[in-house]
Design a protein around this ligand. Structure first.
Ligand code: E4P
Length: 211
């Protein structure tokens, strides 16, 4: 499973870029707003740090407006992926951008029927939101599993980005469900290296090395 970082924080992306295991970045309007910056400035910096798919989200608008914004964002850098909300206009925009050879990521996916629409429209990626599904008392991992089965059944080329990841359990569940990618917040990425037995084992080796 490829690991993306889910943030618009340049310092966090800079640190994660040095780990060598982060293959892409996802942003959304909330993450951009949290940094108090505008989308274009943030995206222009991110593309210099990670050489992989960078999702930049368009404003929800008419099909024509989303296609135009997508085309203009895609011109910024070859790695830009146009993130588009799951609406019928969004699906139409995905279909048009796909025909223009522009990569897309359909976001706010919460069901198999939504995933089917995005796959049939030619989405490069879809982002089912694990955490938000769990928050409402349903199962985020079941959603990923059902979407993976659908994609396998029909041989779609669309890749699944497990999104809205909140903890290590989500990372593990996404991997076991066969998600192609997990997009993970910085703090959760950092915590992936930790295990109490690793810490205890390191201490034992350090003590032995001193002797
Ligand atoms: C990524 O593509 C999503 O926008 C993000 O993972 C949403 O996460 P949240 O549910 O924690 O806001």
């Amino acid at each position: 499973m490829k690991l993306f970082i889910d943030t618009a924080n340049i310092e966090h992306i800079r640190i994660a870029s040095k780990w060598g295991c982060i293959k892409g970045v996802t942003t959304n309007p909330s993450l951009i707003a949290k940094e108090g910056r505008n989308l274009l400035d943030v995206i222009k910096e991110i593309v210099t740090l990670i050489d992989g798919p960078i999702s930049a989200e368009v404003q929800e608008a008419s099909v024509e407006a989303m296609v135009a914004e997508g085309q203009s964002l895609a011109k910024l850098h070859k790695n830009i992926v146009i993130k588009i909300p799951m609406t019928m206009d969004g699906i139409a925009a995905v279909s048009q951008l796909s025909k223009l050879g522009i990569k897309t990521n359909v976001t706010l996916v919460f069901s198999v029927p939504q995933a089917l629409l995005a796959c049939e429209a030619g989405a490069t990626y879809i982002s089912p939101f694990m955490g938000r599904v769990d928050d409402m008392g349903d199962s985020g991992v079941e959603l990923i599993e059902k979407i993976m089965t659908t994609i396998t059944n029909y041989g779609y080329e669309t890749e699944v980005i497990a999104a809205s990841i909140r903890n290590l359990a989500h990372v593990e569940q996404a991997a076991l469900a066969g998600a192609d990618i997990a997009t993970i917040p910085f703090a959760v990425l950092q915590s992936m290296v930790n295990h109490p037995l690793t810490a205890a084992g390191l201490q034992i080796f350090r003590d032995a090395a001193k002797k």
